[in-house]
Write a protein that binds this ligand. Structure first.
Ligand code: AMP
Length: 113
């Protein structure tokens, strides 16, 4: 049976995505519905539903390291950017495979919506 998780299927290459970076632990790809000139999602290859279920700090370090590299690669590191981890319903999470949004290329608002 096909893996039901959309982001697992992107990580395995079964579903196409605009990949901007990948290594043995994480994949980064462009969001299909960008909310900023740069909007990239960084996911661990391992399936973890949300931040609440993360068992290893190393996995978070891998995701954040790739987020930082993507920001640099996309040319937004010096100007500034935002990394967002929506978690569960009130956090606005809609895809239940941990992902960090890397947003930049415009001035971010605060507080967020
Ligand atoms: P969240 O609401 O934090 O769970 O974010 C999920 C994100 O995944 C949204 O910004 C969607 O636009 C994005 N998304 C959904 N399906 C895809 C896809 N096939 N490829 C790239 N991004 C996607």
């Amino acid at each position: 049976m096909a893996d039901p998780c959309l982001f697992c299927r992107i990580a395995s290459g079964e579903i196409p995505a605009k990949i901007v970076a990948e290594d043995t632990t994480c994949v980064a790809f462009r969001d299909v519905n960008p909310q900023a000139p740069v909007h990239v999602l960084v996911i661990p290859r391992a399936h973890v539903p949300s931040l609440n279920e993360v068992a290893s700090p190393a996995l978070l370090a891998d995701v954040m390291q790739m987020a930082r590299e993507v920001a640099k690669q996309e040319g937004i590191a010096a100007g500034g950017y935002r990394v967002v981890l929506n978690t569960n319903g009130d956090g606005g999470q809609t895809v239940f495979h941990l992902h960090a949004h890397v947003l930049g290329g415009r001035r971010m608002n605060w507080p967020p919506g």
